[in-house]
Write a protein that binds this ligand. Sequence first.
Ligand SMILES: Cc1cc2nc3c(=O)[nH]c(=O)nc-3n(C[C@H](O)[C@H](O)[C@H](O)COP(=O)(O)O)c2cc1C
Length: 184
Amino acid sequence: MRILICYATTEGQTRKICRFVADHLMDNGHSVELLSADDGLDEASELDLNRFDAAVLAGSVHVGKVQRALIEFASELTDGFREMPVLYLQVSLAAAGKDAEERAELARIAEETVAAFGWTPAKVLQVAGAFRFSEYDFFKAWAMRWIASQHGQTVAHGEDREYTDWRALAADVDAWAEAAAMSR
Ligand SMILES: Cc1cc2nc3c(=O)[nH]c(=O)nc-3n(C[C@H](O)[C@H](O)[C@H](O)COP(=O)(O)O)c2cc1C
C-alpha cells in the first residue's frame, strides 16, 4: 500500500515512533511518505490524498491535549481521510501504566481529538511515550519530576527514559495494515 504518515511532536518521541512505524511498513513492502503536521499544514491544501491507500496520524498528549497542528491537518483533509483506513496513534506517559482513571482520561482525550478531526479513524492506539529530560526546560523538568514521583519513578537529572513497547507497536501496526489492505 501507499501510506501517508503525519505526526506532531513536542519533545521528539512521536517523531521517533513514526520513523519506526515508517521503517517497519517499508520493510514489509509498503511505500511511505512521512510528514510533520507543522510542515503538512502548509501543504494540506495541495496534498492529494488520492495518492495514498491508507494513513497513520500521530500526536502526543500534553496537559490533556494533543497538538493543535495535528488536529488542523486532520480536519483540513476531512474528505480524503473519510475515504481511507486511518490508524491514529496517541502518545502519552499514562499509556505506560495500568491506572484505570488515567486510561479513561486517555480514552476521553482520544474521543475529543477524533471529534475535532471531523472523521473517525479505523483504529485508535494508545502508545506509551517517554520522559525526555534532555529536552525539558527548568519548569517542565520540575513538573515532570513531580509526575514521575507520583508514579513511584525517580528519573536522574538530564536522563531520558523510554516506555514505548516497540515490539507491541509493530504487531499492532501489522494488524492494522492487514485489515487496511483487505478493506480496499
Ligand atoms: C509539559 C508536559 C505535559 C504532559 N502532559 C501529559 C498528560 O496530560 N498526560 C500524559 O499521559 N502524558 C503527558 N505528558 C507526557 C508526554 O505525553 C510524553 O512525554 C510523550 O512521550 C511526549 O511525546 P513527544 O515527545 O512526541 O511530544 C506530558 C509531558 C510534558 C512535557
